[in-house]
Design a protein around this ligand. Sequence first.
Ligand SMILES: [Zn+2]
Length: 145
Amino acid sequence: MFPAHGGPWVGWPVVDDPRARALLDAQRERLTTIETDLRTEGLVGESESEELAELSVADQHPADIGTETADRSRDLGMLEDVEGELRDIEEALARLQAGSYGRCEVCGKPIPDERLEANPTARYDIEHERGLEAGGLRRQSAPPQ
Ligand SMILES: [Zn+2]
């Protein structure tokens, strides 16, 4: 599973391993910084939410509570996004180790270099990414029959 340097993987039209690793490392560093910031804010939010819970039991200032809750869930949503991206990076690094990095998970074709440069955690080539996105959008926006 670990092709020797100079093995059959060399010459494939994919971002090479050191380049992919550098891209993934840079992205992981950026995301880890964002994650730390969000978690630091999240700790403050934690005690706020306890206060809010008491307030909401007492049924005071419901408008203020609504605003605070919206802010907090936005932060939580961002944290989930960042954690999801960090998982994608770990998985991409694992694929790099296994020698399957840079290939579409649907059809196995190499993912173009420019696509990996823009998105080093890409799992699909453009054809199948579009197909998946289009399928998702259809499901979400389909009007009731
Ligand atoms: Zn594909």
